[in-house]
Design a protein around this ligand. Structure first.
Ligand code: ADP
Length: 341
């Protein structure tokens, strides 16, 4: 409901005041013309007084409105401007209300960020701890005489090197995710054949797959399908999904890449017949450091960041990625890309 503006309230008040004064004067003087004069004089006097008071109040309120507006980030929002323009008090009220709402949202956002920051730092230090302690163990053993022991010196150095490689993988993934999250990493779209890219990735990962007896294939590969996307980043997405399908695939299994022309978009599916994932894990699968089986992931050299990176890349293209899985049957990751003309 709209409230009455202070100006109208003051005008009504002045008329009422003048009417009461003229009624009193009429009662005492019994003269109609005298009371009409009294009505006009008191009306104009009260109007003049109230006008100046109103000007002063409105000035103060306007300055308050401007001060509150200065502290608001969206000071031109439609809610404040359209709904309550008629009166200064309501405008001030809605400005303060909007300002308080903004502050509340900001505090909630900061609280969430703080929780995320703590979790993130905890996860990073936890991930780095294992390889660092391993390296420390190997180096100390070597210093304690192991260096002269031909049976272990080379082996321990190789193990230390593997731990260093693991740290490099973690740091590379962390760097990628932080660049994607801060928007530092710009998507550079170009027109390219997604079928050719998929075949290229399959070829590059063939050795890794063959070691586990897994067959990699690209289906619907008869004709090229052109998309408009960042070729390098989409390659990274397909590599991550294929590598996961090998890591969590079963011995002598199969991974297929299926590509569909959907008119405006192109859909890419990476389908495996591996371990599968329980339904309860699916909603959190794309979170940083989320793993279904922590020890298995680490054993396979996983950082828990692969799918988070994949999701960021697809979202930076304004596209979507989803997952469907059945334990013991397999997993399907599917994402869309913009089709190029
Ligand atoms: P990681 O480095 O641990 O592989 P990801 O972010 O790539 O991290 O994947 C997160 C988790 O999702 C993995 O730890 C694994 O448990 C599960 N996962 C990913 N891809 C598959 C898949 N194709 N089949 C079964 N589980 C998978």
């Amino acid at each position: 409901m709209k409230s009455i503006s202070p100006k109208i309230t003051l005008a009504i008040f002045s008329v009422l005041f003048a009417f009461i004064v003229s009624c009193i004067i009429y009662c005492y003087s019994d003269s109609l013309s005298f009371s009409i004069y009294a009505f006009l004089i008191s009306l104009s006097t009260s109007l003049v007084i109230l006008f100046f008071v109103n000007v002063l109040i409105v000035k103060k309120i306007t300055s308050l409105i401007n001060t509150v507006k200065k502290f608001r980030t969206q000071s031109d929002d439609a809610f404040v401007n359209n709904e309550f323009r008629t009166n200064e008090m309501s405008l001030l009220h809605s400005e303060i209300f909007a300002w308080a709402e903004e502050r509340k949202n900001e505090i909630e956002r900061l609280k969430k960020l703080e929780v995320y920051r703590k979790e993130f730092l905890g996860n990073v230090s936890h991930e780095l701890k294992t390889p660092i302690f391993n390296i420390q163990g190997y180096v100390l053993t070597l210093l304690d005489g192991g260096l002269e022991d031909e049976t272990i010196n080379r082996d321990y150095l190789q193990r230390a090197e593997r731990s260093i490689d693991r740290m490099i993988t973690i740091i590379d993934d962390l760097e990628a995710i932080s660049q994607l999250e801060t928007g530092e990493l710009q998507i550079e779209p170009e027109r390219f054949d997604i079928v050719a890219l998929a075949k290229d990735v399959v070829e590059a990962q063939e050795l890794k797959a063959t070691n586990k007896g897994i067959i990699l294939t690209v289906q619907n590969d008869e004709k090229p399908i052109f998309v408009y996307a960042d070729r390098f980043r989409i390659r990274q997405v397909i590599v991550n999904l294929i590598v996961n399908s090998i890591k969590y695939g079963k011995q002598n299994g199969e991974t297929k890449i299926r590509i569909y022309d959907m008119g405006e978009n192109v859909s890419v599916e990476v389908v495996d017949n591996g371990l599968g994932i329980e339904d309860k894990h699916l909603p959190r699968l794309f979170e940083r450091f989320y793993r279904v089986d922590k020890s298995r992931s680490r054993e396979q050299g996983g950082t828990g960041l692969g799918l988070a990176i994949v999701k960021h890349i697809i979202e930076a293209h304004y596209q979507t990625i989803s997952v469907m899985s059945t334990v013991g049957v397999g997993t399907v990751f599917s994402f869309t890309l913009k089709k190029a003309i």
